[in-house]
Design a protein around this ligand. Structure first.
Ligand SMILES: *Cc1c(COP(=O)(O)O)cnc(C)c1O
Length: 426
């Protein structure tokens, strides 16, 4: 589908039915696949022949949806995972083991921040954080001999910082490691990080891609161009024989699909963060309207941001689409067609006023979710980022009066009316 525009790819990429086959992506609700000979099954297990044998490793419904996301991002291959967190963890573990290190931009989703600052260190993987506006030299200064990747969120959730993608990509490539970008908030509709030098993209498909809050899911997309063989000692898992597969060397056998082949064959096999075919089917339906929804989310969010900016009860508004925003220039550079539907703001009166305001909203619902067709609202300091210390809250860009507002695709006037009546109640 690579010649088509992205809107067409949303609708048509991935599943390509043959003559007389179902028009709509079938749900292959089967854990196993039947073969006529012992020998052929053996070849599948040895990765000598491609084919399905157990849905913990791969499943046709999931693979068709992964192929659509790979096409949307402009990547060479992709794997769906059971959640966005699983996509991030599998990506890290695909190149890092005990004794290794990674460098990450500090403005992160709360779950990723915990993974990097608490859970990975328990596994012997250490993480250094650099600020989102770090230049390439600052990022390179954090790189160590055991660094295996550099990581950042394209639009940080909930801080809404825009990653300085070119600086991070240049630092990664000068250091001989891949740049991994979480592209959940922009989606490939608004930004395709591979076009700016990223090597691997991860997604929480739970957000805009699903779009209707039906299924938790994730995706790992590989651009297929990072030269692992140039640094064989740094990436032995990809470039040296894998004892758990009779000595297969992933870069030799799978070429540009080495990263996803290893992730599937080793990590999905051993850790089982596999998506359900039914969830992949629902995700695919979401993807078919991604281009329409994302543009409506963005225009609605812009209207809301402009309204809030002028309201006397609002102390600050953060939306990278607003010309006065500190991230405006980066947003114009990397996200010229729109940023996302999420914005944050502070209500005058701090934490107490924030809580009162939220409780007065009628259309916008208090839910632990963003990037949903329905407008939703959250107080990060008391919800998603509750486990963080005050110092960690500052580091991840969360203040205690911050309200995170995820603008849906309803009529913008109705959303603004709801905000107005809740602000009047203060
Ligand atoms: C939600 C989210 C995640 C985690 O994804 P889950 O699907 O909830 O596991 C990771 N990164 C970002 C930017 C997110 O918004």
């Amino acid at each position: 589908m690579s010649d088509y525009h992205i809107d067409t790819k949303c609708v048509q990429s991935g599943y390509q039915p043959g003559n007389g086959e179902p028009r709509v992506l079938p749900i292959v609700q089967s854990t196993t696949f039947k073969y006529n000979s012992t020998e052929q099954m053996g070849r599948l297990f040895d990765l000598e022949e491609a084919g399905y044998f157990y849905s913990r490793l791969s499943n046709p419904t999931c693979d068709n949806v992964a192929a659509k996301i790979a096409d949307l991002e402009g990547g060479a291959s992709a794997v769906l995972t059971s959640s966005g967190q699983a996509a991030i963890l599998m990506t890290v573990l695909n190149v890092c083991g005990a004794g290794d290190h990674l460098v990450s931009c500090s403005t992160l989703y709360g779950g990723t921040f915990n993974l990097f600052s608490v859970t990975l260190p328990k596994l012997g993987i250490s993480v250094s954080f650099v600020p989102p506006d770090a230049d390439a030299d600052e990022i390179i200064a954090a790189v160590k001999p055991n660094t295996k990747l550099i990581y950042g969120e394209m639009i940080a959730n909930p801080a809404l910082n825009i990653l300085n993608l070119e600086a991070f990509a240049s630092a990664a490539h000068k250091s001989g490691v891949p740049l991994v970008v979480d592209n959940t908030f922009p989606t490939p509709i608004n930004c395709r990080p591979f076009e700016w030098g990223a090597d691997i993209v991860v997604h929480s498909t739970t957000k805009y891609m699903d779009g209707h809050a039906t299924s938790i899911g994730g995706c790992v997309v590989d651009r297929g161009s990072f030269d692992w063989d140039k640094y064989p000692e740094r990436f032995p898992g990809l470039t040296k024989p894998d004892d758990s597969y009779h000595g297969v060397v992933y870069t030799r056998q799978f070429g540009s699909a080495a990263f996803t082949a290893k992730l599937t064959a080793q990590l999905m096999r051993d850790m089982g963060a596999s998506p359900a075919p039914m969830n992949a089917f629902l995700l695919n339906i979401g993807l078919e309207t991604l281009h329409l929804r994302v543009s409506r989310h963005c225009s609605n969010a812009m209207s809301v941001a402009q309204y809030l900016e002028k309201h006397p009860m609002i102390s600050w508004v953060k939306y990278p689409g607003l010309p006065g925003d500190s991230q405006y220039a980066l947003a114009q550079k990397y996200l010229p067609n729109g940023v996302c539907g999420v914005l944050s703001f502070g209500v005058k009166g701090g934490r107490a006023a924030a809580v009162k305001f939220m409780d007065a909203l009628k259309l916008a619902a208090i839910v632990t979710h963003v990037c949903d067709a329905r407008t939703s609202v959250l107080h990060p300091a008391s919800h998603t980022h509750r486990q963080l210390s005050d110092e960690q809250l500052v580091l991840s860009g969360v203040s205690d009066d911050m309200i995170r507002f995820s603008v849906g695709i309803e009529d913008p006037g109705d959303i603004i009316t709801d905000l107005g009546q809740a602000l009047d109640s203060l």
